[in-house]
Ligand binder design. Structure first.
Ligand code: SF4
Ligand code: SF4
Length: 198
């Protein structure tokens, strides 16, 4: 073998790399989409009427290997209801200085209140802003949702709510869509959709 070539073999590797396509991404100006099931920051979800899915059970906190979640449960009352059922998450915090984005908390949640988004931009320069509160983690109110506290809108009791709530919500959405298109066609007046008296 030509041993005298050994010292220059490494330069051949460098030389080959010079003609390969560069994969550098100009972050943060340019952002590539993540994989669909990427584990990003968490989200606390809502039912279709806007009530919170979290029942303050703390199972996510117990499942967390990094001790990153802090939950304090509270009791719903008829006058002040944040979730269907007896309890809701009164205080909810995730410490992103500790979280390793493993997803075990999501697996432990019995109501699918906790899921993970694809958002990975979590860096900051102080401890306080990396402890996310319930208000930051809650999903935004979508069309047709009402900010809690309010009574259960999807059925007259809890069983109704859990068993038939999504069906009621879907039926309401279809009704809204139908009325919306009838309003735009001029078949009915807009007050029929909004429920406002003339
Ligand atoms: S993703 Fe893992 S580390 Fe982060 S809060 Fe959930 S269980 Fe804890
Ligand atoms: S997010 Fe889920 S597991 Fe955690 S306290 Fe709320 S309901 Fe329980």
């Amino acid at each position: 073998m030509l041993d005298f070539l050994n010292p220059v073999k490494g330069f051949a590797v460098t030389f080959r790399q010079m003609f390969k396509q560069v994969d550098t991404v100009q972050y943060p100006e340019e952002k590539l989409p993540t994989a669909p099931r990427f584990h990003g920051r968490h989200q606390l979800n809502r039912w279709p009427d806007g009530l919170e899915k979290c029942i303050g059970c703390e199972l996510c906190a117990w499942a967390c290997p990094a001790d990153a979640i802090y939950v304090e449960g509270g009791s719903n009352t008829d006058q002040e209801r944040y979730s269907p059922g007896e309890r809701y998450g009164a205080v909810y915090q995730i410490n992103y200085l500790r979280c390793i984005l493993c997803g075990l908390c999501v697996e432990a949640c019995p109501t699918r209140a906790l899921t993970m988004t694809n958002d990975y931009e979590l860096a900051d320069d102080n401890r306080e802003s990396l402890i996310w509160t319930k208000e930051q983690l809650l999903a935004p109110l979508r069309q047709g949702m009402e900010a809690p506290p309010h009574p259960m809108r999807l059925g007259k009791d809890e069983e109704d709510y859990y068993r038939q709530g999504p069906t009621f919500a879907a039926a309401q959405a279809v009704e809204e869509d139908m009325l919306g298109s009838m309003v735009s066609e001029g078949t009915v007046h807009d007050w029929a959709r909004t429920g406002d008296d003339q």
